[in-house]
Write a protein that binds this ligand. Structure first.
Ligand code: KG4
Ligand code: ZN
Length: 381
């Protein structure tokens, strides 16, 4: 089979991205335009602003990805695009543009689930590094601002099938990082900032216990025939626990002081924020991160034992976290399990992962009709 060049487009949240990937195994170009500066003043993603920014960025970002790859539209074999889950208005921008390109250039269009994309970010880089011999079953933890999901992934025929074996019952892990950072006035997005600050605090200063979740999911749609074997997460409780700690220990004036000190800066760096954090805040942040990381790891390893996984993949924005990476590697090695992460660049949202996930679908001629529409709550099953 000759080389296949797929141009991927991603616009599900606050990153406008385009990439060219060769045969699902080599990133030829990858351009990510981040909207962080737009959403920073609001401490979270504002959907209307996200759509507007995507509209502004989509054409130059796609052009840049083609130019960086040294290709023309005519030498692209297919266009792949995120069809969900995500913000409907944001998804629509990428999808409309991909459809227009596929129609104009007369090349196939492939719709990709964003979560499948995250899984393929890890697979793509393993292939790129020459590791083609994955042991099955593969257990993938997709952990980002919108998701904390566990999937068993299998190769079937030419493609992949996924079986969801756990998810968060409330907040995603990345959402907890972002909300705690917002509460403490550490800036947006919270994950990378907490990652940086936690290195300066004591992770064992405070204990945040996590319970095993055994009650049935209240949402009947999420119930599963294998309910007893499911391993679920919950991260809204720890956010409330941090809030209670803040109130109980009179931390409000320090938080207000930090807000005033940082508000004149357009993009505060880790060093800027560190300079206005006291020991109590640093210990709180380090203990919060330690608790979330340990919970993610212990539940994933428990699922790995339950489902006799032979390989672990950890992917999504939170997979960029330094403590998660080092601690996961250490603990998985003790259980004799190889664990793969995408590079930090491909952990957070990007379009290379979308183009890579589309490759098996290209081989199977699973092309979308031009009527393809977005699905904000699309599930991966
Ligand atoms: O995958 P992603 O870019 O977008 C979603 O699909 O949600 O993930 C973004 C999330 C945000 O919540 C962000 O705070 C978190 O990933 N994140 C991190 C780190 N880098 C990004 N969380 C912890 N540590 C990091 N280094
Ligand atoms: Zn994502």
């Amino acid at each position: 089979m000759s080389d296949v060049y797929i141009l991927g487009i991603e616009s599900s949240c606050d990153e406008t991205a385009a990439a060219v990937v060769r045969s699902g195994e080599e990133v030829i170009s990858s351009v990510v335009y981040s909207q962080i500066a737009t959403h920073q003043p609001f401490g979270g993603v504002v959907p209307e602003l996200a759509s507007r920014e995507h509209l502004r960025a989509i054409v130059p970002v796609v052009r840049q990805a083609l130019e960086d790859a040294g290709r023309t539209y005519e030498t692209i074999d297919a266009f792949a695009v995120t069809k969900g889950p995500g913000l409907a208005g944001a998804l629509l921008v990428g999808l409309s543009y991909a459809k227009a390109l596929a129609y104009a250039i007369e090349k196939p269009l492939i719709g990709v689930n964003h979560l499948e994309g995250h899984i393929h970010a890890a697979l793509l880089e393993e292939r790129q590094n020459g590791n083609r011999e994955l042991q099955f079953p593969v257990l993938a933890l997709v952990v980002s601002g919108g998701h904390t999901h566990l999937y068993l992934a299998e190769h079937k025929d030419a493609g992949w099938v996924y079986h969801n074996v756990g998810h968060t019952r409330d907040d995603a892990a990345g959402e907890a990082f972002d909300k705690v950072a917002k509460l403490l006035e550490l800036g947006y997005p919270g994950g990378p900032m907490i990652d940086f600050l936690a290195k300066h605090g004591d992770p064992s200063a405070l204990k945040f216990p996590f319970a095993q979740i055994k009650h049935r999911d209240r949402n009947p749609q999420n119930r599963h025939p294998e309910e007893d074997r499911r391993i679920d997460f919950s991260y809204s409780g720890i956010k409330t626990a941090v809030l209670r700690y803040v109130e109980k220990h009179g931390m409000r004036p320090a938080i207000e002081k930090r807000r005033n000190a940082l508000s004149p800066l357009t993009a505060p760096t880790g060093k800027d924020v560190l300079a206005v954090c006291d020991r109590q805040t640093l210990d709180l942040v380090a203990s919060f991160q330690h608790a979330v990381v340990n919970d993610l790891i212990s539940k994933t390893l428990q699922a790995a034992r339950e489902y006799e996984a032979a390989t672990l993949l950890v992917t999504g924005g939170v997979a960029a976290n330094s403590e998660l990476r080092s601690s996961f590697e250490r603990k998985a090695a003790k259980q004799g399990l190889p664990v793969y992460f995408p590079s930090r660049k491909l952990s957070t949202d990007n379009a290379a992962m979308i183009a890579a996930a589309a490759y098996p679908r290209f081989l199977a001629s699973e092309f979308a009709e031009l009527e393809l529409s977005v699905d904000a709550t699309l599930k991966l099953r």
